[in-house]
Design a protein around this ligand. Structure first.
Ligand code: NAG
Ligand code: NAG
Ligand code: NAG
Ligand code: NAG
Ligand code: NAG
Ligand code: NAG
Ligand code: NAG
Ligand code: NAG
Ligand code: NAG
Length: 692
């Protein structure tokens, strides 16, 4: 994800001054009736939040939708001077467009590209009608934000139509007024008699006025996810295939972000399906709906944008009942035992965990496969039955034994969790021998193996049903209350471009059925670490494993970057052994734990019997602290030359106690800050700030 902010400080303060003048008289000044933030005056539209306005209108001459403003709250539009056309760029290329199409003189990147049966790729979408809708309809088959109470969200649908190709485009805009968030998706319908191919479809496209902008992007790779990269938006196109720009796309599959500063100086920002993997055929009467994209606006910079995303996602995107609940402190068997275990060794590790106060024991990879036992990483994926050598009576007895254990000095029973990698298959598996056609492949091209795995074609309904039934057979017969859903390789050979999106629609169906069928399970997403940490996943899973890199120093960067877009409660963060397996660094246990405490799902990834006595003795206290702060966003401070730590996002007028002792106003804590002394490297403190 990325955020927009004007680089020019003067511009920032200019905006602040302007909006503080306009804060009180909100919608009332727009004389026409407002439906929860949507204001319509003829064919001029405004989506107003408490501090944001998004305004556009229909150009009478061209029928095009023209953007007037996206920024702080305003009450009317100052008309833009008609552009002067000279040279090659037509008038249409000199205005701020909402749904830029292709082939008529706008040379900036288009939001839609449709190939008609005759081969034409020109489009001419013009305004046809609009509807104001109460609340927000769900997107069929795709994850989407939702309102909970009346007034949370209102929706405007603008119907566009290309009279030459008989293609309709419905732009659905929703506004969450209290969260200053605008959401948009696009629905293309073929109303003609021939087939068309949608080659490109952006969910959101906005043209911002001339100005200096910086772009922040979260980049990364395995073991260094969520790294913040900031750059200036200059002339030309800057594309990223990582997380969005200023906006977040609610989608898990292949996507594209384009940011272009055109020759006129306007900046076009666009997010949507990746055109490299689309080519979506639509027969007569058929439709394609884009995922939705959320844009937030805040005058409090990146921190403000980030907090709006957190609130929106926790309350209006994540469906799991655990999203706003404290998660049990867990211990995962992987880094402690890897594939090297039998039933009694697993039970011993669970006992050890219980004695330390752990609440959830997770059995990771290695528990399944019979004809091709999963005792090594090149066999067994796809065969989701307990391995009979390791578990002669199935998983049931082990799960019963473990869940009969009391977590130390408490009446809580230990919970049991299990690892799966449902979208993958090893060629060394019964599944592959029976259904080699279920693996993604493009004709006779070699099926590229990664980690000895192939990807199942989840676009196929029979594959979706297989995954649903395999997991249901385990979850329906044992008291497993946590699932780690891993996904450790990328998609390679696809039979056709459209499979990329069809795969995601299939996967969303699987997620939807399973999470609805097993609502008491805590589902955790994981994709080679944080490779699939996105808002689409969060609709179904309340938490995601942030990175396989558990080195506490690297984690500070990854977790900070990830927290720009996602609530800390959604981040999985564990304490693992030192020297760290990824970086070789040795960092004290307390520092490792304090860093991991910044994630909502705290736990351990080690064999406690291998810890020093001193480290082992610290664990119960750290678990108690983790439980105390559970879902609070804790900012563990760390060694830095700047000694004042200024907090963000507090209520300036409220008073807060700092670790139960001193009391200060939010204004003081945000503008002056707190000071702490640290001893050497990797010293750390956890400070609890509570509103009085
Ligand atoms: C509605 O639009 C008309 C025509 O553009 C304009 O004259 C009028 O002032 C607008 N009304 C309000 C309340 O903004
Ligand atoms: C739409 O196109 C048809 C021909 O295909 C033409 O007769 C009609 O006038 C057009 N309508 C508009 C509103 O441009
Ligand atoms: C897309 O448009 C078609 C045709 O009007 C309609 O049937 C369908 O419900 C629309 N889908 C969405 C998500 O709006
Ligand atoms: C036209 O679209 C229909 C419906 O999706 C499809 O079955 C058919 O194969 C398509 N025809 C061509 C020539 O692509
Ligand atoms: C399980 O493994 C442990 C240690 O690796 C070993 O001592 C024990 O005998 C094994 N138990 C069985 C039933 O194989
Ligand atoms: C449980 O209680 C005993 C006795 O008070 C104590 O020694 C031990 O540290 C406690 N364990 C945990 C995990 O709190
Ligand atoms: C299948 O297992 C055998 C035996 O362990 C191994 O040699 C082979 O490489 C595996 N095949 C694949 C595709 O991983
Ligand atoms: C329990 O497992 C059996 C055998 O795998 C399966 O047929 C049955 O559907 C499972 N029960 C549930 C509730 O899923
Ligand atoms: C704040 O309180 C927590 C326990 O409530 C404690 O672990 C921590 O050390 C305290 N922090 C400071 C800086 O005293």
């Amino acid at each position: 994800m990325t955020s927009w902010l004007p680089a020019n400080k003067g511009l920032v303060s200019g905006l602040v001054a302007l909006s503080s003048l306009l804060v009180t008289p909100t919608v009332a000044q727009d004389a026409s009736p407002s439906t929860g933030g949507v204001v319509v005056n003829g064919t001029s539209f405004a989506l107003n939040g408490d501090h944001v306005s998004y305004r556009f209108h229909v150009d009478e001459e061209t029928g095009d939708l023209v953007n007037d403003h996206f920024g702080g709250l305003v009450t009317e539009t100052v008309p833009m001077l008609a552009p002067q056309t000279q040279g090659w760029v037509e008038q249409i290329g000199r205005v701020k467009r909402e749904f830029p199409d292709l082939g008529r003189g706008d040379f900036r990147v288009p939001a839609v590209r449709i190939q008609q049966a005759a081969g034409y790729t020109v489009s001419d979408f013009r305004y046809r009608a609009h509807d104001v809708v109460k609340g927000k309809p769900a997107l069929p088959g795709l994850p989407s934000t939702f309102g909970r109470e009346e007034g949370d969200v209102a929706t405007l649908v603008v119907h566009m139509y290309d009279n030459y190709s008989s293609v309709a485009a419905d732009l659905t805009y929703s506004v969450f007024p209290k969260l200053d968030a605008i959401v948009r998706s696009v629905n293309i319908t073929n109303e003609g008699t021939g087939n068309i191919t949608v080659e490109r479809l952006a969910s959101f496209s906005v043209d911002l006025p001339y100005g200096d902008f910086d772009m922040i992007e979260l980049k990364g790779d395995w073991a260094r996810e969520g790294m913040k990269v900031r750059r200036k938006v200059d002339y030309g196109t800057q594309g990223v295939s990582g997380r969005g720009m200023g906006f977040l796309l609610i989608y898990t599959g292949s996507f594209a972000v384009d940011v272009e500063k055109g020759s006129q100086g306007f900046i076009r920002a666009m997010l949507g399906l990746n055109p490299y993997h689309l080519s979506w055929n639509l027969g007569p009467g058929e439709s394609l709906t884009s995922p939705e994209c959320v844009a937030t606006y805040s005058e409090n910079g990146i921190g403000g944008v980030s907090r709006l995303f957190h609130r929106l996602f926790r309350n209006h995107l994540m469906k799991s009942k655990f999203a706003v609940e404290p998660r049990p402190v867990l211990l995962n068997s992987w880094e402690g035992l890897f594939f090297d275990y039998n039933e009694s060794r697993i039970y011993n590790l669970a006992q050890e965990s219980a004695e330390l106060g752990v609440k959830l024991f997770v059995l990771d990879d290695g528990w399944f496969g019979n004809e091709y036992p999963r005792v090594i990483d090149n066999a067994g994926l796809g065969d989701w039955q307990a391995n009979k050598d390791r578990f002669p009576n199935g998983l049931g007895p082990l799960v019963d034994q473990v869940t009969a254990l009391n977590s130390a000095n408490s009446s809580d029973k230990l919970q049991f969790g299990l690892w799966f990698e449902p979208e993958m298959v090893n060629p060394n598996s019964t599944l592959y021998h029976e259904h080699s056609d279920w693996a993604l492949h493009a004709g006779d091209y070699p099926r590229t193996l990664t980690r000895s795995e192939l990807v199942l074609n989840v676009a196929l309904p029979e594959v979706q049903d297989f995954i649903i039934e395999s997991l249901s057979a385990i979850l329906g017969n044992t008291s497993v209350t946590y699932v780690k859903w891993d996904n450790n390789r990328a998609i390679h050979e696809m039979p056709s471009d459209g499979v990329a999106h069809a795969y995601m629609l299939g996967l969303y169906r699987v997620f939807d059925v399973l999470t609805t069928r097993f609502p008491d399970v805590i589902w955790e997403g994981c994709a080679s670490g944080g490779g699939r940490f996105d808002p689409g996943i969060l609709q179904y899973f309340p938490q995601v494993w942030t990175s396989d890199d558990t080195d506490a120093l690297q984690r500070l960067y990854t977790q900070f970057g990830t927290s720009l877009a996602y609530p800390p409660s959604a981040m999985g963060a564990h304490v693992s052994v030192v020297p760290n397996q990824q970086t070789g660094r040795t960092i004290p246990l307390q520092f490792r734990a304090h860093v991991a405490l910044m994630g909502g799902s705290f736990g351990f990834e080690l064999d406690p019997t291998e810890l020093s006595d001193a480290d082992r003795r610290q664990i119960p206290g750290l678990i108690a602290l983790a439980e105390e702060i559970a879902l609070v966003i804790v900012r563990s401070t760390y060694n830095q030359p700047t000694p004042y730590l200024r907090l963000q996002g507090l209520d300036p007028a409220a008073r807060y106690t700092v670790n139960g002792t001193d009391t200060y106003s939010g204004a003081t804590l945000m503008r002056m800050g707190l000071q702490y002394r640290f001893k050497g490297e990797y010293d750390s403190k956890v400070v609890l700030i509570e509103k009085v």
